[in-house]
Design a protein. Sequence first.
Length: 148
Amino acid sequence: MAQDTTTHAAVRPSRIDVPEEDLVDLRRRIAATRWPDRETLDDRSQGVQLAKIQELVRYWETDYDWRKAEAKLNALPQFITEIDGLGIHFIHVQSGHENAMPLIMTHGWPGSILELLKVIGPLTDPTADVRRTPSISCCPPIRARLLG
């Protein structure tokens, strides 16, 4: 059966470009956090401990370098499309190796595409540096069935 492509949204190039005033506002709102009282138990049975979340929030307020993360993302080919009314941002990096197998990697919530950046190079160009190439096991009988 032929696929109807007339209702598919266009794929458009994209870049991350957060205005500086948005980052300043974010840091201001982080600094204005109203903290609850400390948990009543010394374990994590009541959730994330106050001291741990305060440490994380302090990092986001003073140490996190958004521009560095933005530059890492913008060094890769990014795109936006729409699927079922939802805007989808993705990175599309093709291997220079002939007959390379396509791979789609997704992240969950709460997660970020930033978690996947370190594996793009080794997966798209595994021969660039053998020492950094991850070991990926493949079961031949299963692979043969999947690929026909």
